[in-house]
Design a binder for this molecule. Structure first.
Ligand SMILES: NC(=O)C1=CN([C@@H]2O[C@H](COP(=O)(O)OP(=O)(O)OC[C@H]3O[C@@H](n4cnc5c(N)ncnc54)[C@H](OP(=O)(O)O)[C@@H]3O)[C@@H](O)[C@H]2O)C=CC1
Ligand SMILES: O=C(O)[C@@H]1CCC=N1
Length: 270
């Protein structure tokens, strides 16, 4: 049985906890620290604390997951410092903040990893990518892989800097799809459908696409199944792609999110 401390149970930390309950919880005992933490029937067996000082005396967890805002990562680590043993692995899911920065709050040699999950953990399906620092033993990396694989696809990147791209794609990505869905709904209304119908059709179509993607070979194959030669979809897609506007838009979107991640890391802009 592994001991896990989760610091921050807001949108992302709460989603991870929800994801792990039921899929991985039998492997671990969870302690959660959050200023507004409340024990909940939804999380049987999870111990909630409003501050790190309330953790059980002598607790040296296997893993500490940091799910606080980027500017709170170092302060939160200082609060939990008495509970960090030499084998405790620190895992940050915060955007931008690098292993070097996290290490400033820890004794030299502390294992540190960064993993970028996404909000899909709320529904038990988050895609994640991680980078393990040089002090993370293989067995610990395997443990983290197991934890995050329990709630969706998990991959590792070779270079820490690639986490800026990961964040811009899959960390922030759900919000792009939600924005697309909102815009499709608004377009339906602009074309005369009542608001409730527009919402049902736009949201329902997003779910259609997600469900098919889950079982499908590739997005291209699915697109071809919808697109009759010279039909309505072909006309719509041609407008979407004219002058490569969709590709340019997404390229700019990813650039902007990456640039913000770099800013959050405190690294000089390139
Ligand atoms: N939201 C998302 O989809 C994703 C977020 N992330 C990353 O996850 C991190 C958290 O984001 P998100 O969940 O959206 O933010 P939230 O503000 O929803 O959650 C952060 C939580 O941490 C609490 N907190 C603040 N300080 C401490 C502390 N010292 N000890 C314990 N808990 C504390 C906050 O309480 P209070 O509000 O009272 O300060 C809040 O409940 C960020 O670094 C973000 O980059 C990564 C991937 C996706
Ligand atoms: O918007 C953010 O900064 C965080 C990181 C990825 C998703 N949410």
């Amino acid at each position: 049985m592994k001991t896990i401390v989760l610091i921050g149970a807001g949108n992302m930390g709460g989603a991870l906890l929800q994801g792990w309950i039921g899929s991985w919880q039998h492997e671990a005992a969870f302690n959660v620290i959050d200023p507004v933490a409340e024990a909940s029937d939804r999380y049987p067996g999870v111990a909630f604390h409003t501050e790190a000082a309330a953790l059980p005396a002598g607790l040296k967890p296997d893993v500490v997951i940091l799910a606080v805002k980027p500017d709170k990562v170092v302060p939160a680590l200082k609060e939990v410092a008495p509970h960090i043993g030499p084998a405790t692995c620190i895992v940050s899911v915060a955007a931008g903040v690098g292993i070097d920065t996290i290490g400033t709050a820890l004794p030299a040699g502390t294992p540190i990893a960064r993993i970028m999950p996404n909000i899909g953990a709320m529904a038990g399906y988050a895609v994640s990518a991680g980078f393990a620092g040089p002090d993370v033993p293989q067995a610990t990396e395997a443990l983290l892989d197991d934890m995050f694989s329990a709630i969706g696809p998990m991959c590792w990147v070779e270079n820490e800097d690639d986490l800026h791209t990961v964040t811009a794609i899959s960390g922030s990505g759900p919000a792009y799809f939600f924005a697309f869905c909102e815009t499709l709904r608004d377009a339906a209304m602009a074309h005369g459908l009542p608001a409730a119908t527009a919402e049902t059709l736009a949201v329902g179509t997003a779910i259609t696409a997600g469900r098919l993607l889950e079982g499908s070979p590739t997005p291209e194959d699915l697109r071809h199944k919808v697109t009759s030669p010279n039909g309505t979809t072909a006309a719509g897609l041609a407008a979407l792609a004219r002058d490569d506007r969709l590709a340019h838009l997404l390229d700019r979107t990813v650039d902007a999110a990456k640039a913000r991640s770099v800013e959050l890391s405190g690294a000089p802009k390139t």
